[in-house]
Design a binder for this molecule. Structure first.
Ligand SMILES: [Zn+2]
Length: 130
């Protein structure tokens, strides 16, 4: 299935990029605070961040990846335990999982995305040198 994972690709394209996640870990799109809603470039960074399900840290770049063998119930369970650990309501996991899958289905595998609050845009990945 197609999912969002943390990537360091295109990091640095924006001056305020950050990537504290583990490369390749699953990420979700957490609700942002009022500052983040006002500006994706807010100091806290939550309006431009995808959040790692394991690290609980953020990255400004996420990759649309195909994870063979990963099932919906694996995904919902990963989200459920991450939400619970972070103090979010775990019963929201199914809604979060369904929402993320619907979101990801609209993008091609290999696409690097950035977040601007409620908007998401593709980042063009430079071709490898050579
Ligand atoms: Zn914030």
């Amino acid at each position: 299935m197609k999912l969002l994972v943390a990537t360091s690709k295109t990091q640095g394209a924006r001056e305020n990029d950050f990537d504290h996640c583990v490369e390749g870990e699953l990420v979700w799109i957490a609700p942002c605070c009022d500052d983040g809603k006002d500006s994706a470039d807010s100091e806290c960074g939550c309006g431009r961040s995808f959040d790692g399900l394991n690290s609980h840290l953020g990255t400004t770049t996420a990759l649309v990846a195909e994870l063979p063998g990963f099932t919906y119930s694996d995904y919902a369970e990963a989200i459920r335990s991450s939400l619970a650990t972070q103090g979010w309501p775990p019963e929201a996991a199914d809604d979060v999982a369904t929402g993320l899958l619907a979101f990801t289905s609209g993008w091609e595998v290999g696409t690097v995305l950035e977040r601007r609050c409620e908007w998401f845009a593709e980042r063009l990945v430079p071709a490898p040198p050579g």
